[in-house]
Design a protein around this ligand. Structure first.
Ligand SMILES: Cc1ncc(C[n+]2csc(CCOP(=O)(O)OP(=O)(O)O)c2C)c(N)n1
Ligand SMILES: [Mg+2]
Length: 367
């Protein structure tokens, strides 16, 4: 087996460029940084809220903020994004507000999906951010289908789709890769190889020498990129997105990264993640690298950085207060947003449920 080339990188361990830096305005760089920091801070607060019993689940992205933000930043706003469940940063980058995300985590009446999804499984149609899915890989054929539709309609749309290393073992991944290759669809695939699928390490996941190489079998290119280097991720994604937009077909990007937190709030990684691996990867924490780059290149001062973090924390706190004072979705909403006219048997069931809770006010079951 040929020796694997190291993943493409731009920043060294001190966040200083050792390669050509992509042409990005200061505003664009700072937007990416804000999205990464917001994701980390939401993650920290979300895990605490879950431990306090205030929300029932959280799936974080500690260590993977650069992987998805660098990728998302390379797409145009009119392109569609099909997220992995760790991709909070792309929703932020596309304009989702912290308040709406916190309401979603609580499943309030102000959550526009009305508590229909698990916490932080966002869905924002107005910003072309497709619904996050808990069942693995379902978004991958959807992204290829949407790209194929755009190709037929001659719409200027590229679809970007993200998933994990474990997700490549699902049939949906292979079906989607095959159709993308055959139809030459404008799709860019991002495999966030964080080395784990819950407690299953990558060596038990695949016998391939990398995840990127899987693209070869489907007739297109795969590239391995340092997933903790937001600039390298952006650069590789930019090239792939432009190629897709110009009719050059799909690309698979493997972001080589590490899951620095638990799989989710339901997991105890101390039982299987080697401490020394975690320590080694935390020396290339994606936020620390980008922070050092921005400071050194005079894009952000330490006090501006501090003020940014305080503002985000305040927004999260305001979101929590707003969500905790909001009503839950109404019982009627259970049946009213599926059919144009609610069928009689669903109306009857909703009325029964309202009567049930009406007689038991102590149960706080709905209104
Ligand atoms: C179809 C399906 N099978 C199994 C699961 C249970 N499950 C949830 S997350 C996960 C691991 C996914 O690993 P990976 O794709 O590497 O993503 P990561 O969590 O590491 O980001 C599994 C097996 C699921 N959600 N859906
Ligand atoms: Mg994984």
């Amino acid at each position: 087996m040929a020796t694997l080339e190291p993943p493409k990188t731009i920043m060294n361990d001190d966040g200083q460029p050792n390669g050509e830096v992509p042409d990005l305005s200061q505003d664009a760089l700072l937007d990416m940084y804000e999205a990464m920091v917001t994701t980390r801070l939401l993650n920290e607060r979300g895990m605490k809220l879950q431990r306090q019993g205030r929300i029932h689940f959280y799936v974080g992205s500690m260590g993977q903020e650069a992987s998805h933000v660098g990728f998302g930043a390379a797409l145009k706003e009119t392109d569609w994004y099909f997220p992995h469940y760790r991709d909070t940063g792309v929703a932020v980058l596309r304009g989702a507000s912290i308040e709406e995300m916190v309401h979603q985590c609580y499943g309030t009446a102000e959550d526009h999906i009305q508590g229909r999804q698990m916490p932080n499984h966002y869905s924002f149609k107005d910003i072309n951010f497709y619904s996050i899915s808990s069942p693995l890989s379902t978004q991958i054929p959807h992204a290829v289908g949407a790209a194929y539709a755009a190709q037929i309609k001659d719409d200027d749309v590229v679809t970007g789709v993200a998933f994990g290393d474990g997700s490549t073992s699902e049939g949906d991944f292979h079906v989607a890769m095959n159709f993308a290759g055959v139809w030459n669809t404008p799709t860019v695939f991002l495999c966030q190889n964080n080395q784990w699928a819950i407690s299953v390490p990558t060596e038990k996941q695949t016998a391939s020498e990398s995840f990127a190489i899987k693209a070869k079998a489907y007739g297109f290119d795969g590239v391995r990129v340092d997933g903790n280097d937001v600039l390298a991720l952006y650069q590789a994604s930019r090239e792939a997105v432009e190629k897709a937009r110009n009719g050059g077909g799909p690309t698979l990007i493997e972001a080589v990264t590490y899951r620095m937190g638990p799989h989710s709030s339901s997991d105890d990684p101390d039982r299987y993640v080697p401490q020394e691996d975690l320590e080694a990867w935390s020396n290339r924490d994606p936020i620390d690298l980008f922070q050092a780059f921005l400071h050194e290149q005079n894009h952000l001062t330490e006090s501006e950085d501090e003020a940014l973090r305080e503002r985000i924390k305040d927004e999260i706190q305001a979101g929590v207060e707003s969500a905790e004072n909001a009503e839950g979705p109404t019982i009627d909403s259970l049946v009213e947003d599926v059919y144009a006219q609610v069928p009689w048997h669903l109306r009857e069931q909703a009325d029964d449920l309202k009567r049930f809770y009406g007689e038991r006010p102590d149960m706080d079951g709905g209104h």
